[in-house]
Design a binder for this molecule. Structure first.
Ligand SMILES: [Zn+2]
Length: 78
């Protein structure tokens, strides 16, 4: 189980201090995705724009997920 903050998931570019804990990077990413999608908080705008952008391709998503998986592997689990 690992814990990431919203901010860490956004690569410190933006986001809040909400924490997400789960056993796989995919589960943490999807928890944060729901959190961002259901919020109108301005700090989430960069991620929300990315998620809602119709030009955002599967390749873009995979690129982001590869980055996140690297961050996941660096972080110590509990
Ligand atoms: Zn957040």
């Amino acid at each position: 189980m690992k814990t990431f903050t919203c901010k860490e998931i956004m690569n410190d570019a933006s986001g809040c201090n909400m924490e997400f804990s789960d056993d796989t990077p995919m589960d943490v990413a999807s928890q944060c995705g729901k959190h961002v999608a259901s919020s109108t908080y301005a700090a989430h705008a960069p991620m929300r724009d990315k998620m809602m952008n119709p030009n955002h391709t599967q390749a873009d998503r995979e690129k982001w997920f590869t980055w996140f998986q690297g961050e996941w592997n660096k972080k110590a689990g509990v």
